[in-house]
Design a protein around this ligand. Structure first.
Ligand code: CP
Length: 340
């Protein structure tokens, strides 16, 4: 039995690097041998449960496909159709819901993003509360702070295109204007994990768009430990120059949550004032034949030009596919007796 059996995945910071590498290696083999007998019965007759507080395309479809390909089944509920206790209404507690789900399934995935919480950090708190009572692994399907499955899929994509050793490759995280007011979830998960794989890290963002200081501190420390570059700038050209991979994504300011709610319209209005913050061909030409990466859905024409998103150096579809493989690997290692 894998030592990962029964483990929750809320952030990659809770896992040893070797265990994360193991997930990616298993995922790479699962991609090569997608329907091999060794994988198709691991979750036979087992159910993976999912709670989606927020909508999804890739996450829901890839988790459902993952459960099917492992021989099991995935089913979902939207909490609006459940009777959960909230600050404003009576209902079932997390303790009760987590205990009952543990009697039905082998794992529980939860997605909760900015529009469903009052303060930054509340989404992660909810997942940790489920983990406290659950007897089965709680898997983040993206919460307000992190999207661990996305970052594992990213690393799998980078290993395919840049080689298995990412040590010393340069990663530029560039802020992009956007009409969708994105959470910090995917970009923070990327910072945590790319830095652990020994990459140089550069962040380009306009003044006022700083991320969670704890995440920045963690990333900086990983870079220092690995003897790698780390800097934050408001100069896009400086951050793109000679880079191997550009991840351009919109994210909100730290003021997005106030008066007990998330202010999407205000954030979009502020964001669209920065018209030159877009990943385009001119900036990509400054890179070292850099890859373009993005978790999707992409806000084309705002975060990134069509030309870059659809270019030969864009690996967005490979990474989207990898969601399936890393999720299969994580489910096999945490929810079955698979050794890896
Ligand atoms: N990248 C990602 O999680 O996509 P969805 O929001 O469509 O699930």
């Amino acid at each position: 039995m894998s030592k990962l059996k029964g483990k929750h995945l809320i952030t990659t910071m809770d896992w040893e690097l070797d265990d994360l590498v193991k997930v990616i290696e298993v995922a790479e083999d699962m991609q090569k041998n997608r329907y091999a007998d060794k994988y198709t019965k691991l979750l036979a007759f087992r159910t993976f449960l999912m709670f989606f507080y927020n909508p999804s395309v890739r996450t829901r479809q890839s988790f459902e496909a993952a459960a099917t390909e492992l021989g099991g089944h995935a089913q979902f509920l939207e909490p609006k159709s459940m009777r959960l206790k909230t600050a404003k209404s009576a209902g079932e507690t997390v303790e009760d819901a987590a205990n009952v789900m543990s009697r039905y399934g082998v794992g529980l995935g939860i997605r909760i993003l900015e529009s469903k919480i009052a303060h930054y950090g509340d989404g992660e708190k909810l997942l940790r509360e489920y983990a406290k009572y659950s007897k089965i692994p709680i898997i983040s399907m993206a919460h307000d702070k992190y999207h661990p499955m996305q970052s594992l899929a990213d690393i799998m994509g980078l290993r395919k295109h840049l080689g298995k050793n990412l040590e010393g490759k340069t990663f530029t995280l560039a802020w992009g204007k956007g009409a969708l007011a994105r959470s910090w979830s995917s970009v923070q998960a990327a910072l945590l994990l790319y830095s652990r794989f020994g990459m140089n890290v550069r962040i380009a963002r306009p003044e006022g768009y700083d991320l969670d200081p704890e995440v920045i501190e963690y990333t900086k420390k990983q870079c220092e430990k690995n003897g790698k570059e780390f800097f934050i700038t408001d100069n896009q050209e400086e951050a793109y120059e000679g880079s191997n991979v550009v991840y351009c994504r919109n994210w909100t300011t730290p003021n997005a949550y106030h008066d007990g709610e998330f202010h999407k319209e205000e954030e979009v209005e502020k964001s669209l004032k920065h018209q030159d913050w877009i990943c385009d061909e001119r900036k990509m030409k400054l890179t070292n034949d850099g890859l373009f990466i993005h978790p999707m859905p992409i806000d084309r024409g705002n975060e990134v030009s069509d030309e870059v998103a659809s270019s030969k150096r864009s690996i967005i579809y490979d990474v989207a596919e990898n969601r399936l493989h890393v999720q299969k690997a994580t489910m096999a290692l945490t929810m079955s007796d698979f050794e890896g």
